[in-house]
Design a protein around this ligand. Structure first.
Ligand SMILES: Nc1ncnc2c1ncn2[C@@H]1O[C@H](COP(=O)(O)OP(=O)(O)OP(=O)(O)O)[C@@H](O)[C@H]1O
Ligand SMILES: [Mg+2]
Length: 356
């Protein structure tokens, strides 16, 4: 499911994940033997460039993308990008049974009651999940709405960087796409995807491979650094460095470990709460495991803390699994080390305009 953009062509796309901490891009090609990694890069942003999912400093964001394009000598210019949970409303709603075409006609009208903004201010998309088994002529529909001004800011920054946005996705759907392409699910296997970024943790639940629930937990790597900053009175920059395991003069790394452990525990509780909330409204459904992604999932012990906090098995997503990566071109250790950062960009790079 992607948000509609009017200008669509059929071609290979660059997957461009514009996060608040860093911009990630991936280029893949699809051959007879499967997906092959062609190019990949990451550019870091200063903390104030994107705040709460809104682009504040578009010049810096566009320049960071431009530098990546130059550095990596990217020749393609069509882009699949995504918005994060901050700016998106995703709701499962119950509507009278109708065809996809009929719903496309009436979606504006049907969605009105579920969206807290004027309907003319949002871009809408939907996916029909299925007809209610209880009868009554209703069907479940996943409704997605994004404020036009937010989506336009992302489109403009991509254009300012000299690229052409042709697909605008939602990061959690890009992760669904990645899992679909990289993992073989049993039909009755249900999973949660937890994407721990810098400013937000996105949680989505896939039942039978389809996203049926999403939630944005306002916690991420930044909060870890902010707590370290407060508790041991150092700058945010130093706190971020210590968190990443770098040496900072005058800071004993042992003082940081309990702070990280405490926050990891807090995040695990939030994840459990969201999953329990979902399960509470979905009789007979259970979750088999959690897939973890996002830069902050590289934190030592986060996955085991979430595992014990939720009592569900946790697996860190391997976005390069089943992808041909030429070891002459790419440092495989670097790819392994950095892989949690690239999950969304990989899911985006696997989009083809034709699969809309
Ligand atoms: N080894 C590590 N330990 C702890 N945190 C880490 C580690 N490596 C990266 N991070 C954190 O991961 C975060 C960046 O992750 P990611 O790139 O997924 O975020 P983003 O997509 O830029 O942000 P968002 O989606 O929240 O806007 C940063 O907060 C960074 O400090
Ligand atoms: Mg992100």
């Amino acid at each position: 499911m992607k948000l509609d953009l009017p200008f669509l062509k059929k071609n290979d796309l660059i997957g461009l994940d514009i996060g608040s901490n860093s911009i990630k891009f991936v280029q893949l090609s699809k051959g007879k033997q499967g997906w092959q990694l062609v190019k990949l890069g990451i550019g870091y942003l200063p903390p104030e460039a994107i705040v709460d999912g809104s682009i504040i400093d578009s010049l810096t964001v566009a320049d960071t993308i431009k530098n990546l394009v130059k550095e990596q000598d990217i020749k393609l210019n069509e882009v699949a990008s995504a918005l994060t949970g901050h700016s998106i409303i995703i709701k499962k709603v119950s509507l009278p049974v109708m065809t996809e075409d009929e719903l496309a006609e009436s979606i504006q009208w049907e969605a009105e009651q579920y969206i807290p903004f004027p309907i003319s201010d949002v871009n809408l998309d939907f996916q029909i999940l299925g007809v209610d088994t209880e009868g009554g002529g209703q069907m479940d529909v996943m409704l997605v709405a994004v404020k036009k001004d937010v989506i336009n800011d992302y489109i403009n920054v991509i254009k300012d960087a000299g690229l052409e946005p042709v697909v605008m996705d939602v990061d959690s759907f890009a992760l669904e796409n990645l899992l679909e392409a990289n993992y073989n699910f049993e039909p009755n296997e249900n999973v949660a995807i937890v994407n721990v970024g810098a400013s937000i943790t996105g949680l989505s639940i896939l039942v039978g491979g389809v996203t049926v629930f999403t939630r944005a937990v306002p916690m991420g790597g930044n909060q870890f650094a902010e707590e370290i900053q407060k508790e041991i009175s150092i700058s945010f920059k130093d706190a971020e460095a210590v968190k990443l395991g770098q040496e900072v003069e005058g800071v004993d790394p042992n003082t940081v470990t309990p702070i990280i452990e405490r926050l990891s525990g807090k995040l695990a509780i939030e994840i459990k709460r969201s999953i329990d909330f979902f399960l509470g409204g979905s009789a007979g459904v259970y979750i088999n495991k959690i897939f973890l992604s996002g830069g902050a999932s590289r934190a030592k012990a986060l996955s085991s803390t979430i595992e014990s906090g939720t009592t569900l098995p946790v697996e860190v997503i391997e976005p390069f699994k089943n992808i041909i990566c030429n070891e002459k071109t790419f440092d495989l250790n670097y790819l392994k080390e950095m892989s949690p950062y690239f999950a969304v960009a990989m899911g985006l790079a696997m989009r083809r305009v034709a699969d809309r």
